[in-house]
Design a protein around this ligand. Structure first.
Ligand SMILES: Cc1cc2nc3c(=O)[nH]c(=O)nc-3n(C[C@H](O)[C@H](O)[C@H](O)COP(=O)(O)OP(=O)(O)OC[C@H]3O[C@@H](n4cnc5c(N)ncnc54)[C@H](O)[C@@H]3O)c2cc1C
Length: 384
């Protein structure tokens, strides 16, 4: 089954889509089970994906990208969502890349972007701590200036790409006397960083191949020029400015994964029989699938609109929060309805729908919970 061309796609997007589709079929699908068991995606896969041009396609050529619009990356992410994989942390990689592109010095961009885009380096973004998630201003990790370096102390948890990461964008306090204005983004190169330690690769309900981890910083020395931005205290504003992209990525993943779920479910119900008829021929099945298809197409239309907006740099925080909130809630709803139509087989991990269901659940939590998204959307409401 081929998918309809997105409203924003031109010939270049379609060429990227075909490349991504072939690459994932050859290099991702055969490895997914093994990655889930290992709890991590092979580093060699990252390199191959980078060589194929599937990381940071929207970055200018001088830094190693293809120089396309953001929708180049959106196309790759959409196609990735349709594979059923949830382990490859390229979403995070794309977020880190755009932090560096937006706020990095020329030296930082030249040092890190080509390596992130080639897959030689794997990135992570470390905001969440055991005691602070939604309430980011409550973080306790500190970066204290001493001579010509920072000394980093603290711990983070739930960090995607945590085991593999070579470059971590650490959200840290550089001034305890200030709230949001006391937060900075410090880039830590993990290779040889004394006092840096990776904790457990956390066991999760779903997204089993993702190396979501604890990280510890114990007097870690970081050069002063690894601060992102021209001065300290800009971290919170930098995060808020970049979050629309992160939130839209969650919506894109939702559409891709629901495309796959619907396809798998249609195949199953057209083969499985009960009471002498195909499950597909039962009115309940037809109605449920009609509901799911409608939800998916309405969601797709909105996400497409957001992709068009981000290409024109017009995606505001509230609209991106709607994409994240609506996309992830609908993602979970569609997975639940589809799984039900598989009966007992839907609960068995040998069927992709079981993984899709488990993988979806965290969409309402990470990247800002649904409740926080509603807060942000509500703040944009104005009394007429
Ligand atoms: C698989 C996975 C991957 C992740 N990857 C990363 C990563 O790469 N980097 C990173 O930094 N973090 C990551 N996270 C962390 C994630 O972003 C946080 O878990 C999330 O932001 C919620 O924070 P919390 O877990 O501390 O929950 P809490 O903030 O403690 O929230 C608990 C509950 O209270 C609700 N709540 C909190 N505040 C409000 C409010 N003001 N109004 C209404 N309800 C509220 C929440 O919605 C939630 O239901 C990941 C998490 C998971 C599970």
């Amino acid at each position: 089954m081929s998918y309809e061309k997105p409203s924003w796609a031109n010939e270049d997007h379609l060429a990227i889509q075909e490349t991504a589709h072939k690459f994932f079929a050859a290099e991702m699908s055969p490895n997914m089970d093994r990655w889930r068991k290992a709890g991590i995606v092979d580093r060699s896969f990252w390199r191959k994906a980078g060589e194929t041009g599937l990381i940071g396609a929207s970055v200018p050529e001088e830094f190693g990208g293809i120089g396309g619009p953001m929708s180049f990356d959106a196309m790759i992410m959409l196609e990735h969502g349709r594979t059923g994989d949830s382990g490859w942390g390229v979403y995070i990689q794309n977020i880190v890349i755009h932090y560096i592109l937006a706020y990095g010095s020329e030296k930082q961009k030249k040092n890190w972007l080509p390596k992130l885009i080639s897959g030689e380096m794997i990135g992570a973004i470390a905001m969440t701590e055991p005691g602070a998630g939604s309430d980011l201003q409550g973080i306790r990790t500190q970066a204290v200036k001493q001579g010509n370096h920072y000394v980093l102390n603290g711990s983070k948890t739930f960090i995607s790409n945590g085991q593999n990461a070579d470059l971590i964008c650490v959200v840290a306090k550089t001034d305890n006397s200030k709230a949001a204005h006391g937060i900075s983004l410090i880039m830590l190169e993990t290779g040889g960083a004394e006092g840096f330690r990776r904790g457990r690769n956390l066991e999760k309900l779903g997204q089993k191949a993702a190396d979501t981890s604890e990280l510890f910083f114990d007097d870690v020395i970081v050069p002063l020029d690894h601060l992102l931005g021209e001065s300290e205290g800009q971290g919170f504003a930098q995060l808020m400015t970049q979050l629309p992209w992160e939130r839209l990525l969650c919506g894109i993943y939702a559409v891709g994964a629901c495309d796959l779920a619907l396809r798998e479910t249609l195949t199953y119900v057209s083969e499985r029989k009960a009471f002498g008829r195909r499950i597909m021929d039962l009115q309940n099945t037809r109605f449920k699938l009609a509901e799911c298809k409608t939800i998916l197409e309405v969601t797709r239309t909105f996400i497409d609109r957001c992709i068009e907006k981000i290409d024109c740099d017009e995606l505001d925080a509230a609209t991106a929060s709607m994409a994240k909130y609506w996309g992830s809630e609908m993602h979970c709803k569609v997975m639940d309805e589809c799984l039900q139509l598989f009966g007992g087989y839907g609960y068995m991990l040998e069927y992709p729908i079981a993984h899709l269901y488990a993988d979806a659940r965290v969409q309402r939590i990470y990247g800002g919970t649904s409740e926080i998204m509603k807060e942000l959307i509500a703040r944009s409401l104005e009394v007429p």
